[in-house]
Design a protein around this ligand. Structure first.
Ligand code: BGP
Length: 474
């Protein structure tokens, strides 16, 4: 006994990291389009206004990505060759509503995604679609202040209605917001949040979180009203926090960090604000503007499944700790001395994957879906063109092994597993191509040079075998 027979193996992407074609067929601009690559990405991304425009002559990675927009047939054929059962992708909001607040959608954008879904279905690949993966139309940020404005709930409802109506029967699995908890960690990328001078950042982040949570519940309702067959999931940047030691201060610090993450899924899965969050908001004088209607919508429209990304666990140290700090990723914390790290300082912790799966399943008792996992690495192309990415195979093998244990020994109800970036794409964290996750190599460098040719890495055949044996042969 291993994974269920209909286990959804596949890979995951995001529009802004792969599509390119940023100004084609009426597409508008989004926050993610104007983020620079390299070290400047988040230094500037702290949310200043100059980020909302392009600088002349500068290469912005999202402008061309890997040009999935024009290569999708070739790319989906390669996914099909690996035996994908599902393909996770996101929609660029600005292809469908270029400004975000129009009353009528842009047909060219809708047609593009319809073509992509049909192409997937041709091979029996089930699309798994994220409505927003970090993108927010620039116009909504400039005109309305972005997600701090409740009007965005209406624009999102409008978007959701158009999507669920148009793609009824074509798409069964939807995710509302990618890594919704990223609002608290990378607010500009996560939610297009630009702070005003002197603003209470935490208060704005929770206001934005509330508006997105309400929008997510509305989307769930709209989806189920239009098609009761549709399954809606939330999406969390997961990875449990460990206490740095058994010192009660460290254990408490880890508990608080975990609650900051769980807050989002608690609301999306249970339908109400947990007590610890209500108290926190009260203590800090934060008013998220909860209405009676919000309460009702949240309560009546919880998600069907819980999806999440897992790259590593995190570690928390309380006051008085001598723990070293890590700045490895968006979730800076104490450095875990027991774990090795990737080239980008992300802790590698396969057993932590099993722990995280259990933590989430114990808490929510709803089906889980792993929609991101993988190793970002610098690949070397050999003279004969081959890429021997054994490190990637090792990482994935170890994670799939413990995921299997979580299913067979812990009884976790798991719908599927999509690795991050099955084809190389632009990194969200660095904006660069050199941090690669793919089974498929793309000839593209950090400055945007290269032929965009696709080629199979060693891991391509390995993953194909994993899928063919439903995770038995690793
Ligand atoms: C997640 C995002 C993805 C993705 C991934 C890997 O947080 O949902 O968009 O990019 O992380 O991160 P990175 O690209 O920084 O290596």
């Amino acid at each position: 006994m291993g994974f269920r027979d209909d286990f959804l193996w596949g890979g995951a992407t995001a529009a802004n990291q792969c599509e390119g074609a940023y100004n084609v067929d009426g597409r508008g601009l989004a926050n993610v389009d104007v983020m620079p690559h390299g070290p400047e990405r988040f230094a500037v991304g702290a949310g200043v206004r100059k980020m909302l425009d392009f600088e002349d002559g500068y290469y912005y990675p999202a402008q061309s990505g890997i040009d999935f927009y024009h290569h999708y047939k070739e790319d989906i054929a390669l996914f099909a060759e690996m035996g994908f059962k599902t393909f996770r992708m996101s929609l660029a909001w600005t292809r469908i509503f270029p400004n975000g607040d129009e009353s009528e959608p842009n047909e060219a954008g809708l047609a593009f995604y319809e073509d992509v879904f049909r192409e997937c279905r041709k091979y029996g690949i089930e699309p798994l679609v994220t409505i927003t993966h970090f993108d927010c139309p620039i116009h909504l940020i400039k005109e309305y202040g972005g997600w701090r404005n409740r009007k965005l709930i209406d624009f999102y409802k409008n978007l959701a209605t158009v999507l669920f109506t148009r793609y009824k029967g074509l798409v069964k699995y939807w995710l509302t917001f990618n890594e919704i908890n990223m609002i608290l960690h990378l607010p500009f990328m996560g939610a297009g949040l630009v702070f005003e001078e002197g603003e209470d950042k935490e208060a704005v982040e929770y206001l934005v979180a509330h508006n997105e949570l309400v929008a997510s519940a509305w989307a769930t309702k709209i989806a189920h009203d239009i098609d009761p067959e549709v399954k809606i999931g939330c999406m969390l940047a997961a990875g449990s926090y460990y206490p740095y030691s058994c010192r009660p201060e460290d254990v408490r610090a880890a508990q608080l960090e975990n609650q900051d993450n769980y807050f989002f899924v608690d609301v999306q899965s249970r339908g109400y604000y947990p007590a610890y969050a209500l108290k926190k908001l009260e203590r800090e004088g934060i008013d998220v503007g909860m209405t009676e209607e919000d309460k009702q919508i949240l309560a009546e429209n919880t998600v069907d499944f819980i999806s999440f990304s897992y790259y590593s666990t995190r570690c928390a140290a309380g006051e008085g700790s001598d723990a070293a700090k890590t700045e490895g990723n968006a979730f800076a914390g104490a450095k875990n001395p027991y774990l090795k790290e990737s080239q980008w300082g992300w802790a590698i912790d396969p057993l932590g994957f099993r722990i995280t799966l259990n933590d989430l399943y114990d808490r929510y008792q709803k089906p889980l879906f792993v929609v991101e996992n993988g190793l970002g690495a610098r690949d070397v192309v050999e003279e004969d063109g081959s890429i021997n990415d054994d490190y990637r195979i090792d990482y994935l093998r170890q994670h799939i092994e413990v995921m299997r244990d979580a299913v067979t020994e812990d009884g976790i109800d798991l719908l599927g597993y999509t690795t991050w970036g099955p084809i190389d794409l632009v990194s969200a964290g660095t904006g660069e191509m050199s941090k690669r996750y793919g089974f498929i190599y793309v000839d593209r460098d950090d400055a945007g040079n290269g032929t965009l040719a696709r080629s199979r890495k060693k891991s391509f055949d390995w993953y194909k075998k994993v899928i063919a044996t439903n995770g038995e042969d690793l």
